[in-house]
Write a protein that binds this ligand. Structure first.
Ligand code: ADP
Length: 542
Protein backbone atom coordinates (compact mmCIF):
# COMPACT_ATOMS: atom_id res chain seq x y z
CA UNK A 1 0.00 0.00 0.00
CA UNK A 2 1.41 3.42 -0.95
CA UNK A 3 1.01 6.44 1.31
CA UNK A 4 -1.50 8.96 0.13
CA UNK A 5 0.59 12.09 0.27
CA UNK A 6 1.10 14.47 -2.66
CA UNK A 7 3.84 13.52 -5.06
CA UNK A 8 5.15 17.05 -5.61
CA UNK A 9 8.49 17.07 -7.42
CA UNK A 10 11.60 18.39 -5.64
CA UNK A 11 12.83 21.04 -8.09
CA UNK A 12 15.66 23.59 -7.95
CA UNK A 13 13.27 26.35 -9.09
CA UNK A 14 11.20 25.83 -5.92
CA UNK A 15 14.17 27.08 -3.87
CA UNK A 16 14.21 30.41 -5.64
CA UNK A 17 10.43 30.73 -5.59
CA UNK A 18 10.49 30.10 -1.86
CA UNK A 19 13.27 32.63 -1.32
CA UNK A 20 11.44 35.25 -3.38
CA UNK A 21 8.19 34.77 -1.53
CA UNK A 22 9.50 34.32 2.02
CA UNK A 23 12.78 36.23 2.03
CA UNK A 24 12.33 38.58 -0.92
CA UNK A 25 14.11 41.45 0.84
CA UNK A 26 17.11 39.41 1.97
CA UNK A 27 20.35 40.64 0.49
CA UNK A 28 22.77 39.04 -1.91
CA UNK A 29 26.12 40.84 -1.98
CA UNK A 30 28.50 40.06 -4.79
CA UNK A 31 32.07 41.07 -5.56
CA UNK A 32 32.19 41.96 -9.24
CA UNK A 33 35.15 40.97 -11.37
CA UNK A 34 36.04 44.69 -11.37
CA UNK A 35 36.34 44.56 -7.57
CA UNK A 36 33.23 46.68 -6.90
CA UNK A 37 30.50 45.32 -4.62
CA UNK A 38 27.07 44.69 -6.11
CA UNK A 39 24.08 44.27 -3.82
CA UNK A 40 20.50 43.34 -4.46
CA UNK A 41 17.83 41.05 -3.03
CA UNK A 42 16.46 37.56 -3.58
CA UNK A 43 13.41 39.27 -5.14
CA UNK A 44 15.59 40.87 -7.81
CA UNK A 45 17.65 37.72 -8.27
CA UNK A 46 14.46 35.74 -8.88
CA UNK A 47 13.16 38.26 -11.41
CA UNK A 48 16.47 38.33 -13.29
CA UNK A 49 16.69 34.52 -13.26
CA UNK A 50 13.28 34.34 -14.94
CA UNK A 51 14.46 36.87 -17.53
CA UNK A 52 17.54 34.78 -18.16
CA UNK A 53 15.46 31.62 -18.51
CA UNK A 54 13.39 33.37 -21.20
CA UNK A 55 16.48 34.70 -22.93
CA UNK A 56 18.08 31.25 -23.00
CA UNK A 57 14.90 29.71 -24.41
CA UNK A 58 15.03 32.35 -27.20
CA UNK A 59 18.49 31.18 -28.25
CA UNK A 60 17.30 27.56 -28.37
CA UNK A 61 18.20 26.20 -24.94
CA UNK A 62 15.73 23.37 -24.44
CA UNK A 63 14.93 20.76 -21.78
CA UNK A 64 18.13 18.76 -21.26
CA UNK A 65 20.42 21.19 -23.18
CA UNK A 66 23.75 21.75 -21.50
CA UNK A 67 24.74 25.32 -20.64
CA UNK A 68 28.30 25.85 -19.43
CA UNK A 69 29.66 28.53 -17.13
CA UNK A 70 33.18 29.82 -16.55
CA UNK A 71 32.59 32.20 -13.69
CA UNK A 72 33.52 33.33 -10.20
CA UNK A 73 31.18 33.33 -7.26
CA UNK A 74 29.00 36.27 -8.20
CA UNK A 75 25.36 37.28 -8.66
CA UNK A 76 25.18 36.55 -12.41
CA UNK A 77 26.53 33.08 -11.86
CA UNK A 78 23.85 32.62 -9.19
CA UNK A 79 21.17 33.69 -11.67
CA UNK A 80 22.48 31.11 -14.13
CA UNK A 81 22.32 28.44 -11.42
CA UNK A 82 18.58 28.92 -11.08
CA UNK A 83 17.68 29.94 -14.64
CA UNK A 84 19.39 27.02 -16.37
CA UNK A 85 18.39 24.23 -14.00
CA UNK A 86 15.01 25.78 -13.26
CA UNK A 87 14.04 25.74 -16.92
CA UNK A 88 14.95 22.04 -17.26
CA UNK A 89 18.36 22.52 -18.91
CA UNK A 90 21.62 21.34 -17.31
CA UNK A 91 24.08 23.76 -15.76
CA UNK A 92 27.64 22.66 -16.47
CA UNK A 93 29.99 24.59 -14.21
CA UNK A 94 33.56 24.51 -15.50
CA UNK A 95 36.75 25.01 -13.57
CA UNK A 96 38.66 27.86 -15.26
CA UNK A 97 41.92 26.66 -13.71
CA UNK A 98 41.88 23.56 -15.91
CA UNK A 99 44.32 23.36 -18.75
CA UNK A 100 42.58 24.74 -21.92
CA UNK A 101 42.79 21.34 -23.62
CA UNK A 102 41.19 19.62 -20.67
CA UNK A 103 38.54 22.34 -20.58
CA UNK A 104 37.81 21.80 -24.28
CA UNK A 105 37.59 18.06 -23.61
CA UNK A 106 34.86 18.46 -20.99
CA UNK A 107 32.95 21.10 -23.01
CA UNK A 108 32.88 18.69 -25.94
CA UNK A 109 32.08 15.68 -23.80
CA UNK A 110 29.17 17.53 -22.20
CA UNK A 111 28.05 18.85 -25.64
CA UNK A 112 27.51 22.30 -24.21
CA UNK A 113 25.51 24.62 -26.47
CA UNK A 114 26.01 27.92 -24.66
CA UNK A 115 28.94 29.24 -22.64
CA UNK A 116 28.40 32.00 -20.08
CA UNK A 117 31.68 33.51 -18.89
CA UNK A 118 33.12 36.30 -16.75
CA UNK A 119 35.32 38.98 -18.32
CA UNK A 120 38.38 37.39 -16.69
CA UNK A 121 37.88 34.35 -18.90
CA UNK A 122 37.43 36.07 -22.27
CA UNK A 123 40.95 35.03 -23.40
CA UNK A 124 40.27 31.47 -22.22
CA UNK A 125 36.93 31.33 -24.07
CA UNK A 126 38.66 32.63 -27.20
CA UNK A 127 41.43 30.06 -26.81
CA UNK A 128 39.07 27.08 -26.68
CA UNK A 129 36.38 28.27 -29.13
CA UNK A 130 37.96 26.65 -32.20
CA UNK A 131 38.10 23.33 -30.33
CA UNK A 132 34.47 23.43 -29.19
CA UNK A 133 32.21 23.35 -32.22
CA UNK A 134 29.08 22.51 -30.20
CA UNK A 135 28.99 25.89 -28.53
CA UNK A 136 26.62 28.03 -30.56
CA UNK A 137 26.40 31.03 -28.27
CA UNK A 138 28.83 32.84 -26.03
CA UNK A 139 27.54 35.19 -23.36
CA UNK A 140 29.80 37.63 -21.54
CA UNK A 141 28.59 38.04 -17.96
CA UNK A 142 28.49 41.82 -17.74
CA UNK A 143 27.19 45.04 -19.23
CA UNK A 144 28.04 46.68 -22.55
CA UNK A 145 31.01 48.46 -21.02
CA UNK A 146 32.90 45.15 -20.72
CA UNK A 147 32.20 43.92 -24.25
CA UNK A 148 35.28 43.69 -26.49
CA UNK A 149 35.33 45.76 -29.69
CA UNK A 150 35.84 42.61 -31.68
CA UNK A 151 36.08 38.94 -30.88
CA UNK A 152 36.33 35.69 -32.84
CA UNK A 153 33.64 34.13 -30.61
CA UNK A 154 30.50 33.17 -32.58
CA UNK A 155 27.26 34.89 -31.51
CA UNK A 156 28.91 36.72 -28.66
CA UNK A 157 26.17 38.38 -26.61
CA UNK A 158 26.19 40.77 -23.69
CA UNK A 159 24.46 39.30 -20.63
CA UNK A 160 22.86 42.55 -19.51
CA UNK A 161 21.54 43.17 -23.04
CA UNK A 162 20.00 39.69 -23.10
CA UNK A 163 18.24 40.41 -19.83
CA UNK A 164 17.14 43.88 -20.92
CA UNK A 165 15.61 42.43 -24.10
CA UNK A 166 13.69 39.86 -22.10
CA UNK A 167 11.03 40.06 -19.37
CA UNK A 168 10.35 38.10 -16.23
CA UNK A 169 6.92 36.87 -17.24
CA UNK A 170 7.97 33.26 -16.96
CA UNK A 171 6.59 30.33 -14.98
CA UNK A 172 9.10 27.69 -13.97
CA UNK A 173 8.13 24.42 -15.66
CA UNK A 174 7.33 21.31 -13.65
CA UNK A 175 8.97 18.02 -14.54
CA UNK A 176 10.22 14.80 -13.00
CA UNK A 177 12.46 15.50 -10.00
CA UNK A 178 14.97 12.94 -11.27
CA UNK A 179 15.71 15.25 -14.23
CA UNK A 180 19.38 16.31 -14.47
CA UNK A 181 19.98 19.76 -12.98
CA UNK A 182 23.74 20.26 -13.10
CA UNK A 183 26.95 18.65 -14.24
CA UNK A 184 30.40 18.80 -12.69
CA UNK A 185 33.52 16.95 -13.84
CA UNK A 186 36.00 15.34 -11.50
CA UNK A 187 39.42 16.90 -11.72
CA UNK A 188 40.76 13.88 -13.59
CA UNK A 189 43.99 13.35 -11.73
CA UNK A 190 43.91 9.82 -13.17
CA UNK A 191 42.68 9.57 -16.77
CA UNK A 192 40.14 11.85 -18.37
CA UNK A 193 37.76 13.84 -16.18
CA UNK A 194 34.42 12.12 -15.57
CA UNK A 195 31.07 13.91 -15.48
CA UNK A 196 28.82 13.70 -12.43
CA UNK A 197 25.23 14.57 -13.32
CA UNK A 198 23.24 15.78 -10.32
CA UNK A 199 19.45 15.66 -10.33
CA UNK A 200 16.89 18.12 -8.98
CA UNK A 201 15.94 15.57 -6.36
CA UNK A 202 19.52 14.94 -5.25
CA UNK A 203 20.20 18.68 -5.11
CA UNK A 204 17.20 19.44 -2.88
CA UNK A 205 17.89 16.53 -0.53
CA UNK A 206 21.54 17.57 -0.34
CA UNK A 207 20.51 21.16 0.48
CA UNK A 208 18.39 19.91 3.37
CA UNK A 209 21.32 17.88 4.70
CA UNK A 210 23.67 20.84 4.37
CA UNK A 211 21.27 23.02 6.37
CA UNK A 212 21.04 20.66 9.37
CA UNK A 213 22.20 21.95 12.77
CA UNK A 214 25.31 19.76 12.94
CA UNK A 215 26.31 20.52 9.36
CA UNK A 216 26.26 24.19 8.35
CA UNK A 217 23.28 24.96 10.58
CA UNK A 218 21.71 27.54 8.27
CA UNK A 219 18.84 29.87 9.10
CA UNK A 220 17.44 33.24 8.10
CA UNK A 221 19.64 34.71 10.86
CA UNK A 222 22.77 33.69 8.98
CA UNK A 223 24.95 35.48 6.52
CA UNK A 224 26.87 32.86 4.55
CA UNK A 225 29.95 33.40 2.43
CA UNK A 226 30.88 30.45 0.21
CA UNK A 227 34.61 30.71 -0.54
CA UNK A 228 34.41 27.32 -2.21
CA UNK A 229 33.94 28.09 -5.90
CA UNK A 230 30.59 27.85 -7.63
CA UNK A 231 32.55 26.12 -10.43
CA UNK A 232 33.44 23.19 -8.18
CA UNK A 233 30.68 20.86 -6.95
CA UNK A 234 28.14 23.70 -6.86
CA UNK A 235 29.97 25.58 -4.09
CA UNK A 236 29.12 22.57 -1.93
CA UNK A 237 25.41 23.37 -2.44
CA UNK A 238 25.49 26.66 -0.54
CA UNK A 239 23.72 28.77 -3.20
CA UNK A 240 20.75 26.38 -3.05
CA UNK A 241 20.79 26.05 0.74
CA UNK A 242 20.99 29.84 1.19
CA UNK A 243 17.81 30.23 -0.87
CA UNK A 244 16.13 27.41 1.06
CA UNK A 245 16.84 29.05 4.42
CA UNK A 246 16.75 32.72 3.49
CA UNK A 247 20.36 33.40 4.49
CA UNK A 248 22.00 36.60 3.39
CA UNK A 249 24.46 35.46 0.74
CA UNK A 250 27.89 37.04 0.19
CA UNK A 251 29.70 36.01 -2.99
CA UNK A 252 33.41 36.91 -2.93
CA UNK A 253 34.14 36.99 -6.69
CA UNK A 254 37.80 36.50 -7.58
CA UNK A 255 39.28 38.04 -4.40
CA UNK A 256 40.04 35.06 -2.18
CA UNK A 257 43.17 36.24 -0.36
CA UNK A 258 43.08 36.52 3.43
CA UNK A 259 42.90 40.33 3.54
CA UNK A 260 40.00 40.60 1.03
CA UNK A 261 38.03 37.82 2.70
CA UNK A 262 38.50 39.29 6.15
CA UNK A 263 37.43 42.73 4.98
CA UNK A 264 34.30 41.31 3.29
CA UNK A 265 33.40 39.14 6.28
CA UNK A 266 33.62 42.11 8.63
CA UNK A 267 31.82 44.52 6.33
CA UNK A 268 28.88 42.18 5.68
CA UNK A 269 28.58 40.58 9.14
CA UNK A 270 29.22 37.09 7.82
CA UNK A 271 28.32 34.35 10.34
CA UNK A 272 29.43 31.23 8.49
CA UNK A 273 31.51 30.16 5.56
CA UNK A 274 32.96 27.17 3.72
CA UNK A 275 36.16 26.42 1.84
CA UNK A 276 39.29 24.32 1.49
CA UNK A 277 42.07 24.43 4.15
CA UNK A 278 44.45 26.57 2.04
CA UNK A 279 41.89 29.40 2.12
CA UNK A 280 41.68 29.27 5.93
CA UNK A 281 45.44 29.19 6.14
CA UNK A 282 45.56 32.46 4.16
CA UNK A 283 42.90 34.01 6.37
CA UNK A 284 44.63 32.87 9.58
CA UNK A 285 47.94 34.35 8.40
CA UNK A 286 46.26 37.66 7.63
CA UNK A 287 44.52 37.80 11.01
CA UNK A 288 47.66 36.80 12.91
CA UNK A 289 49.78 39.35 11.13
CA UNK A 290 47.35 42.17 11.75
CA UNK A 291 46.32 41.01 15.19
CA UNK A 292 42.61 41.03 14.34
CA UNK A 293 39.82 38.53 14.70
CA UNK A 294 36.37 38.18 13.17
CA UNK A 295 33.56 39.89 15.06
CA UNK A 296 30.54 38.00 13.66
CA UNK A 297 31.90 34.82 12.10
CA UNK A 298 30.88 31.80 14.20
CA UNK A 299 31.62 28.69 12.19
CA UNK A 300 33.05 27.39 8.98
CA UNK A 301 32.83 24.12 7.13
CA UNK A 302 36.18 22.91 5.83
CA UNK A 303 36.77 20.07 3.41
CA UNK A 304 38.34 19.09 0.11
CA UNK A 305 41.50 18.02 1.90
CA UNK A 306 42.35 17.37 5.54
CA UNK A 307 42.24 20.43 7.78
CA UNK A 308 45.34 20.20 10.00
CA UNK A 309 44.55 19.94 13.70
CA UNK A 310 46.84 22.90 14.46
CA UNK A 311 44.79 25.16 12.17
CA UNK A 312 41.51 23.96 13.70
CA UNK A 313 42.97 24.93 17.07
CA UNK A 314 44.12 28.34 15.89
CA UNK A 315 40.64 29.14 14.59
CA UNK A 316 38.90 27.91 17.69
CA UNK A 317 41.20 29.27 20.40
CA UNK A 318 42.57 32.40 18.83
CA UNK A 319 39.75 33.56 16.56
CA UNK A 320 36.67 32.05 18.23
CA UNK A 321 35.55 30.31 15.02
CA UNK A 322 34.26 26.75 15.18
CA UNK A 323 35.72 24.61 12.40
CA UNK A 324 33.49 21.83 11.16
CA UNK A 325 35.37 19.31 9.15
CA UNK A 326 33.46 17.80 6.26
CA UNK A 327 34.41 15.11 3.82
CA UNK A 328 33.09 14.75 0.32
CA UNK A 329 33.87 14.58 -3.35
CA UNK A 330 32.41 15.57 -6.70
CA UNK A 331 30.69 12.18 -6.80
CA UNK A 332 28.96 12.80 -3.46
CA UNK A 333 27.43 16.23 -4.25
CA UNK A 334 29.74 16.66 -2.10
CA UNK A 335 28.51 16.41 1.49
CA UNK A 336 29.24 13.03 3.09
CA UNK A 337 30.24 13.71 6.68
CA UNK A 338 30.28 16.46 9.26
CA UNK A 339 32.68 16.60 12.15
CA UNK A 340 30.69 18.31 14.89
CA UNK A 341 31.12 17.00 18.43
CA UNK A 342 28.82 14.75 20.45
CA UNK A 343 27.59 15.46 24.00
CA UNK A 344 30.18 13.00 25.32
CA UNK A 345 32.97 15.29 24.04
CA UNK A 346 31.86 18.23 26.19
CA UNK A 347 34.15 17.18 29.06
CA UNK A 348 37.25 16.92 26.88
CA UNK A 349 39.87 19.65 27.14
CA UNK A 350 40.18 22.12 24.26
CA UNK A 351 43.12 20.26 22.72
CA UNK A 352 41.28 16.93 22.81
CA UNK A 353 38.22 18.52 21.26
CA UNK A 354 40.33 19.86 18.40
CA UNK A 355 41.85 16.40 17.90
CA UNK A 356 38.33 15.01 17.62
CA UNK A 357 37.41 17.75 15.15
CA UNK A 358 40.37 16.83 12.98
CA UNK A 359 38.59 13.59 12.08
CA UNK A 360 36.45 13.88 8.97
CA UNK A 361 33.35 13.14 10.99
CA UNK A 362 30.10 11.22 11.02
CA UNK A 363 27.91 10.56 7.98
CA UNK A 364 25.07 13.03 7.59
CA UNK A 365 21.63 11.45 7.47
CA UNK A 366 21.12 10.05 3.97
CA UNK A 367 24.69 8.85 3.49
CA UNK A 368 25.76 5.35 4.54
CA UNK A 369 29.43 4.46 4.88
CA UNK A 370 31.56 1.42 5.39
CA UNK A 371 35.17 0.39 4.93
CA UNK A 372 36.22 -2.76 3.10
CA UNK A 373 39.41 -4.76 2.53
CA UNK A 374 40.90 -5.63 -0.87
CA UNK A 375 38.36 -8.47 -1.26
CA UNK A 376 35.43 -6.21 -0.55
CA UNK A 377 34.86 -7.64 2.95
CA UNK A 378 33.56 -5.13 5.48
CA UNK A 379 36.10 -4.16 8.16
CA UNK A 380 35.29 -3.44 11.82
CA UNK A 381 34.33 0.03 13.04
CA UNK A 382 37.00 0.08 15.72
CA UNK A 383 38.95 3.20 14.76
CA UNK A 384 41.94 1.03 13.85
CA UNK A 385 41.13 -1.06 10.77
CA UNK A 386 41.95 0.84 7.58
CA UNK A 387 40.09 0.05 4.39
CA UNK A 388 38.63 1.62 1.28
CA UNK A 389 35.72 3.90 2.08
CA UNK A 390 32.47 2.93 0.34
CA UNK A 391 29.40 5.17 0.36
CA UNK A 392 25.82 5.09 -0.83
CA UNK A 393 22.86 7.43 -0.65
CA UNK A 394 20.41 9.53 -2.68
CA UNK A 395 23.02 12.17 -3.58
CA UNK A 396 25.86 9.77 -4.40
CA UNK A 397 26.71 9.12 -8.07
CA UNK A 398 25.33 5.89 -9.56
CA UNK A 399 27.11 6.18 -12.91
CA UNK A 400 29.25 8.74 -14.66
CA UNK A 401 27.83 10.90 -17.45
CA UNK A 402 28.01 8.89 -20.67
CA UNK A 403 30.07 6.37 -18.68
CA UNK A 404 30.54 3.00 -20.24
CA UNK A 405 30.94 1.26 -16.95
CA UNK A 406 29.00 1.75 -13.72
CA UNK A 407 30.73 3.61 -10.96
CA UNK A 408 29.47 1.19 -8.30
CA UNK A 409 30.72 -1.98 -6.59
CA UNK A 410 27.91 -4.10 -5.05
CA UNK A 411 25.68 -1.05 -5.00
CA UNK A 412 28.27 1.07 -3.15
CA UNK A 413 30.45 3.82 -4.57
CA UNK A 414 34.17 3.13 -4.03
CA UNK A 415 35.64 6.48 -3.06
CA UNK A 416 39.32 5.74 -3.60
CA UNK A 417 39.94 6.99 -0.05
CA UNK A 418 41.36 4.89 2.74
CA UNK A 419 39.75 5.47 6.10
CA UNK A 420 39.03 4.21 9.58
CA UNK A 421 35.61 4.40 11.26
CA UNK A 422 35.52 4.46 15.07
CA UNK A 423 32.91 3.14 17.49
CA UNK A 424 31.13 6.52 17.52
CA UNK A 425 30.93 6.43 13.73
CA UNK A 426 33.62 9.10 13.14
CA UNK A 427 35.35 8.47 9.86
CA UNK A 428 38.97 9.49 9.44
CA UNK A 429 40.68 9.62 6.08
CA UNK A 430 44.19 8.22 6.29
CA UNK A 431 44.96 8.57 2.58
CA UNK A 432 43.90 8.39 -1.01
CA UNK A 433 44.43 4.83 -2.25
CA UNK A 434 47.03 6.26 -4.64
CA UNK A 435 48.83 8.31 -1.94
CA UNK A 436 49.18 5.79 0.88
CA UNK A 437 52.82 4.87 1.51
CA UNK A 438 53.50 1.15 1.31
CA UNK A 439 56.58 0.52 3.40
CA UNK A 440 57.72 -3.07 3.90
CA UNK A 441 54.18 -4.38 3.40
CA UNK A 442 52.71 -1.95 5.96
CA UNK A 443 50.84 1.29 5.33
CA UNK A 444 51.96 4.72 6.45
CA UNK A 445 49.39 7.51 6.37
CA UNK A 446 50.68 10.57 4.54
CA UNK A 447 47.86 12.66 6.02
CA UNK A 448 48.78 11.74 9.63
CA UNK A 449 52.39 12.74 8.99
CA UNK A 450 51.33 16.03 7.38
CA UNK A 451 48.97 16.74 10.22
CA UNK A 452 51.69 16.12 12.80
CA UNK A 453 54.24 18.30 10.96
CA UNK A 454 51.90 21.30 10.62
CA UNK A 455 51.68 21.34 14.43
CA UNK A 456 55.30 22.62 14.53
CA UNK A 457 55.28 26.40 15.04
CA UNK A 458 57.64 27.04 12.11
CA UNK A 459 55.69 24.96 9.58
CA UNK A 460 53.18 26.59 7.25
CA UNK A 461 52.38 23.66 4.95
CA UNK A 462 53.43 20.03 4.71
CA UNK A 463 53.05 17.28 2.14
CA UNK A 464 54.29 13.70 2.27
CA UNK A 465 54.73 11.24 -0.58
CA UNK A 466 55.99 7.67 -0.82
CA UNK A 467 59.30 7.61 -2.69
CA UNK A 468 60.67 4.38 -4.18
CA UNK A 469 63.08 2.63 -1.84
CA UNK A 470 65.38 -0.28 -2.73
CA UNK A 471 64.62 -2.18 0.48
CA UNK A 472 61.21 -1.06 1.75
CA UNK A 473 59.44 -0.57 -1.58
CA UNK A 474 58.42 2.95 -0.50
CA UNK A 475 59.48 5.31 2.27
CA UNK A 476 58.00 8.69 3.25
CA UNK A 477 59.56 11.89 1.98
CA UNK A 478 58.28 15.09 3.59
CA UNK A 479 58.05 18.51 1.92
CA UNK A 480 57.78 21.54 4.13
CA UNK A 481 57.07 25.21 3.55
CA UNK A 482 58.09 27.29 6.56
CA UNK A 483 56.31 30.37 7.88
CA UNK A 484 57.94 33.66 6.87
CA UNK A 485 60.84 34.47 9.19
CA UNK A 486 61.04 30.96 10.69
CA UNK A 487 63.91 28.52 10.32
CA UNK A 488 63.88 24.83 11.11
CA UNK A 489 65.95 21.84 9.96
CA UNK A 490 65.41 18.14 9.38
CA UNK A 491 66.78 17.08 12.78
CA UNK A 492 64.41 19.37 14.64
CA UNK A 493 61.41 18.20 12.61
CA UNK A 494 62.25 14.54 13.17
CA UNK A 495 62.66 15.17 16.89
CA UNK A 496 59.31 16.97 16.93
CA UNK A 497 57.56 14.13 15.07
CA UNK A 498 59.27 11.52 17.28
CA UNK A 499 56.58 11.38 19.95
CA UNK A 500 53.67 11.92 17.56
CA UNK A 501 54.01 9.04 15.11
CA UNK A 502 55.50 5.55 15.16
CA UNK A 503 59.29 5.57 14.76
CA UNK A 504 59.19 3.62 11.49
CA UNK A 505 56.87 6.30 10.04
CA UNK A 506 59.50 9.03 10.33
CA UNK A 507 60.33 10.42 6.87
CA UNK A 508 63.62 9.36 5.28
CA UNK A 509 64.05 12.79 3.74
CA UNK A 510 62.74 16.25 4.59
CA UNK A 511 62.83 18.71 1.70
CA UNK A 512 62.20 22.42 2.17
CA UNK A 513 60.34 24.20 -0.65
CA UNK A 514 59.17 27.77 -1.23
CA UNK A 515 55.68 26.52 -2.01
CA UNK A 516 53.73 23.35 -2.76
CA UNK A 517 52.24 22.66 -6.20
CA UNK A 518 48.48 23.31 -5.96
CA UNK A 519 45.89 21.96 -8.40
CA UNK A 520 42.77 23.49 -9.90
CA UNK A 521 40.80 23.07 -6.68
CA UNK A 522 43.51 24.28 -4.31
CA UNK A 523 44.80 20.83 -3.32
CA UNK A 524 48.43 19.81 -3.16
CA UNK A 525 49.35 17.98 -6.35
CA UNK A 526 51.20 14.98 -4.98
CA UNK A 527 51.50 13.62 -8.50
CA UNK A 528 53.81 16.52 -9.36
CA UNK A 529 55.88 15.91 -6.24
CA UNK A 530 56.09 12.19 -7.03
CA UNK A 531 57.16 12.93 -10.58
CA UNK A 532 59.95 15.20 -9.41
CA UNK A 533 61.04 13.53 -6.19
CA UNK A 534 59.76 9.94 -6.46
CA UNK A 535 63.29 8.62 -6.96
CA UNK A 536 65.23 10.64 -4.39
CA UNK A 537 65.73 7.58 -2.18
CA UNK A 538 66.78 5.23 -4.96
CA UNK A 539 70.41 5.46 -3.92
CA UNK A 540 69.61 4.71 -0.26
CA UNK A 541 71.28 1.72 1.38
CA UNK A 542 69.26 -1.43 0.71
P1 ADP B 1 38.85 15.31 -7.15
O1 ADP B 1 38.51 13.94 -6.61
O2 ADP B 1 38.34 15.52 -8.48
O3 ADP B 1 40.26 15.74 -6.81
P2 ADP B 1 37.07 16.26 -5.26
O4 ADP B 1 36.84 17.65 -4.81
O5 ADP B 1 35.93 15.46 -5.67
O6 ADP B 1 38.05 16.39 -6.40
O7 ADP B 1 37.98 15.56 -4.17
C1 ADP B 1 37.54 14.51 -3.40
C2 ADP B 1 38.64 14.00 -2.55
O8 ADP B 1 39.18 15.01 -1.70
C3 ADP B 1 38.19 12.92 -1.57
O9 ADP B 1 38.08 11.68 -2.19
C4 ADP B 1 39.27 12.99 -0.51
O10 ADP B 1 40.42 12.27 -0.90
C5 ADP B 1 39.60 14.45 -0.47
N1 ADP B 1 38.90 15.07 0.63
C6 ADP B 1 37.73 15.73 0.61
N2 ADP B 1 37.42 16.19 1.82
C7 ADP B 1 38.40 15.83 2.66
C8 ADP B 1 38.66 16.01 4.05
N3 ADP B 1 37.85 16.69 4.83
N4 ADP B 1 39.79 15.47 4.55
C9 ADP B 1 40.65 14.79 3.77
N5 ADP B 1 40.46 14.59 2.47
C10 ADP B 1 39.35 15.09 1.90
Amino acid sequence: MFGSMMDRPLLVSSLLEHAERQFGGTEIVSRETSGALHRYTFREAASRSRRLARALAKVGVAHGSRVATLAWNNHRHLEAYFAVSGSGAVLHTCNPRLHPEQLAYILNHAEDEVLLFDTTFLPLAEAIAALCQNIRHYVLLGGREVMPDSSPLPNLACYEDLLADSDDDFVWPEFDERTASSLCYTSGTTGNPKGVLYSHRSTILHSLALSLPDTLSLSAHDCVLPVVPMFHVNAWGIPYAAAMNGCKLVLPGPQLDGASLFELMEREDVTCSAGVPTIWLGLAQHMEKNNVKPSTMKRTVVGGSAMPEALIRTFSERFGVEVRHAWGMTETSPLGTQGSLLPKHADLCAAQQCAQRAKQGRPVFGVEMRIVDADGKELPRDGKAMGELMVRGPWIVAEYFKGEKPALRDGWFPTGDIATIDTDGYMQITDRVKDVIKSGGEWISSIDLENAATGHPAVLMAAVIGASHPKWDERPVMFLVTKPGHVVDKAEILAYLGDKVAKWWLPDAVIFLDGLPLGATGKVQKMDLRRQYGDVLRGAAA
